[in-house]
Design a protein around this ligand. Structure first.
Ligand code: NAG
Ligand code: NAG
Ligand code: NAG
Ligand code: NAG
Ligand code: NAG
Ligand code: NAG
Ligand code: NAG
Length: 364
């Protein structure tokens, strides 16, 4: 055999399958799609919803193809012929369009997508509820100055049904925030104001970086975090990978539904509003002349502020969760008490999702 033929034979066997974790590949593609839409990136509830639908479809296809070869399974969970990148992945799988198996695998994937998207038809995400602003009393939500959005983020998200049969989002409603008249409230305000002030003397370079590090939509960030936790452990086990990411993304979507229930139920103002209105509500009646002194980080473009690509090392998930919550105070967006209740919603939602999954994975 000629040397060149040996090379061709070798590369055929090397390329017989996609060498990475094909499910992770599609998690990333979904993240890119929800991150780069016309409105500059989907908010957390729709991006969680979208990725849960994609991962549910992948899990259905992985179950259907679980007795087949690895290459076949990779093809069955492969949804796209939509981009050059996706075609490059297809090209690595050693089953071509002239092979019957190609079309059998493609049919499994298509059936899976149709099954899941049909189940989510009319699930109310397209119910564009008309958010009504309430009077500007202390603690009542008001439009965020400088924001491109005229209403709060995805007000209809609270009405969506959860993934995996964990019941209504209201089950996970958090206790009320502290009273605006309490001294505790004033210290929460002082904290976010000190961190968020344009010329803050307490916001460190680390805090600024933290604000940008966690700024993108949470499901995207936490999927990437999960990749780093599991690595390529499931690269040759499509079904386990599909199950892991379906559970994770059901939990993301469910946490957004439950979180948005609490958010809408209490309908509380953001620090930016509270700081401007200290004259009307603070017990000490400090008056800042109605000036907006807080520096809100709207952008996710860390390159634009000279930070470029950032990486972080965490020694526990708990530490990362805390850092994620704190990032919102460093960015001037949230009060610490609202970041702290995030895990009061997300912990039980995650547990309920995981507990129900074996029985209810197909309650899409
Ligand atoms: C890839 O497919 C070709 C054509 O079917 C076959 O000759 C070759 O043995 C396959 N390689 C592997 C590693 O399956
Ligand atoms: C999402 O967009 C932000 C800002 O453009 C970027 O930093 C981030 O890497 C993107 N994430 C994905 C998964 O595309
Ligand atoms: C896979 O194989 C098992 C054992 O032979 C069988 O019970 C099961 O129905 C098969 N599943 C699929 C989806 O083909
Ligand atoms: C995928 O796209 C390529 C190029 O656009 C096309 O030649 C091919 O037939 C497509 N395959 C399928 C299964 O749609
Ligand atoms: C806070 O105090 C004001 C009077 O200073 C009162 O009108 C208001 O109802 C109080 N708000 C709460 C939530 O207790
Ligand atoms: C904050 O710093 C900027 C320069 O970065 C300066 O123009 C501005 O006057 C400062 N504002 C206050 C309130 O000190
Ligand atoms: C991010 O900022 C850099 C530098 O200002 C700019 O070149 C780039 O186009 C921005 N990217 C996005 C996605 O806005």
């Amino acid at each position: 055999m000629k040397f060149s033929r040996i090379l061709v034979a070798l590369s055929a066997s090397v390329n017989a399958q996609y060498s990475g974790d094909i499910v992770q590949y599609w998690v990333d593609q979904s993240g890119l799609l929800s991150n780069n839409t016309l409105i500059g990136g989907l908010q957390s509830p729709p991006s969680g919803w979208f990725e849960a639908i994609v991962q549910a479809s992948i899990y259905v296809a992985a179950l259907e193809s679980k007795n087949e070869s690895l290459a076949f399974q990779q093809l069955a969970v492969n949804f796209g012929n939509i981009s050059k990148a996706a075609q490059d992945v297809l090209a690595k799988i050693n089953i071509t369009e002239t092979d019957d198996r190609y079309w059998r695998a493609a049919a499994i994937g298509r059936r899976a997508v149709i099954r899941v998207t049909n189940a989510r038809q009319d699930d109310k995400l397209n119910n564009l509820v008309n958010y009504v602003y309430h009077s500007a009393y202390p603690s009542v939500y008001q439009r965020t100055p400088g924001s491109a959005f005229v209403a709060p983020d995805t007000p209809q998200a609270r009405y969506l049904h959860t993934f995996g049969g964990i019941g209504d989002g209201t089950r996970f409603r958090v206790p009320p925030p502290p009273s605006v008249n309490s001294s505790t409230y004033e210290s929460f305000l002082d904290c976010v104001k000190a961190q968020g002030e344009r010329n803050s003397t307490v916001r460190t370079a680390y805090n600024i970086e933290t604000a940008y590090f966690w700024r993108e939509s949470s499901p995207t960030a936490w999927n990437r975090f999960a990749h780093n936790v599991i690595g390529d452990k499931y690269a040759k086990d499509v079904l386990s990978s599909a199950e892991f990411y379906a559970q994770l993304n059901y939990a993301h979507a469910n946490a957004a539904v439950a979180g948005w229930d609490s958010k809408a139920f209490y309908n509380t103002w953001r620090p930016v509003t509270a700081i401007r209105r200290t004259d009307i509500w603070l017990p000490s009646k400090r008056n800042n002349g109605g000036k907006d002194e807080i520096h809100i980080i709207h952008s996710t473009n860390a390159t634009g502020v000279g930070l470029g690509v950032m990486s972080r090392r965490y020694t526990s998930i708990k530490q990362a969760v805390k850092n994620n919550g704190d990032s919102r105070i460093f960015g001037g967006i949230h009060f610490q008490f609202s970041s702290d209740v995030d895990s009061i919603v997300a912990d039980p939602v995650g547990r309920a999702t995981l507990e129900a999954f074996d029985k209810n994975w197909d309650k899409f």
